[in-house]
Design a protein around this ligand. Structure first.
Ligand SMILES: *[C@@H]1O[C@H](CO)[C@@H](O)[C@H](O)[C@H]1NC(C)=O
Length: 247
């Protein structure tokens, strides 16, 4: 209730004063010049004598009432429009909530899938081998194991999702007591290897691979038949891997 109401009040006052001025020759007449919602112009015109006082008074009051009715209609229309807007807003808020929970869910899944990484160091102080079989190495000293997909009991990493994974390993062997060699295996398939022989110096070897794995694929390091690998507290021999990206 702002400007239009004030105008209406003025109309009423003017209308009444018109009634009071019934004896005068010149009368004040209120006319509406614009039908627009916010533009009700009050114009005062000096009219010539139009006859009896009643005839001059009644149309003004009628017009004021008409204006009141129009204002009421506009208010009702505004209220309806507001209700409609509120309904739309509520619907939008519901949609935002649904989108937000979907996004939260997706983010959680994404983070779960991306938090896959491990790093472990060799088994023990001393040397493993030679053994007359292909020997699965168990890197018992876990440095990190995000997602828990590396087992320090079996030495296997198991891919939780299909994706691109990076693996690396390093090996060490004391000098003079044989050769060192082994491979990284994906399930039962040899992928990359290391090999070394020296009578006088310690042997180091390393390799890495980026592999597209299926969920459930298993990766580990195996010492070749008759070869050796060593380590001590310095952690020379390690096996690490992480998920680059799910695919
Ligand atoms: C989205 O959801 C999270 C957690 O449920 C909440 O903290 C956050 O305020 C929500 N954001 C919006 C825009 O609703």
């Amino acid at each position: 209730m702002g400007f239009p109401s004030v105008m209406l009040l003025m109309c009423l006052v003017v209308g009444l004063s018109t009634c009071r001025a019934e004896g005068e020759d010149n009368q004040i007449q209120v006319t509406e010049t614009t039908e627009g919602e916010q533009e009700n112009h009050l114009t005062e015109t000096v009219a010539s004598d139009t006859g009896s006082p009643e005839k001059a008074c009644d149309p003004n009051i009628y017009m004021v009432l008409k204006e009141l009715g129009a204002l009421q209609e506009r208010q009702e229309a505004t209220a309806r429009a507001l209700e409609e807007t509120n309904r739309k807003l509520e619907a939008s808020e519901k949609k935002v909530d649904v989108l937000n929970s979907t996004l939260t869910e997706m983010r959680r899944t994404y983070e779960d899938q991306h938090q896959v990484a491990f790093s472990a160091a060799m088994p023990k102080e001393g040397t493993i081998g030679p053994v007359n079989v292909l020997y699965p190495l168990v890197y018992k000293h876990v440095l990190s194991n995000i997602g828990g997909h590396y087992s320090p009991v079996t030495g296997y990493f198991t891919a939780p999702v299909r994706g691109l994974y990076y693996f690396s390993f390093s090996s060490f062997c004391w000098a003079g007591d044989g050769t060192s060699g082994g491979s990284l295996y994906r399930n039962e398939n040899k992928v990359v290897s290391w090999y070394g022989y020296s009578k006088t110096d310690p042997i180091s070897g390393s390799n890495s691979a980026i592999l597209l794995l299926q969920a459930g694929d298993m990766v580990n390091i195996r010492l070749w038949d008759g070869r050796k690998i060593s380590d001590n507290g310095n952690k020379y021999s390690t096996f690490s891997g992480f998920l680059l990206s799910p695919m």
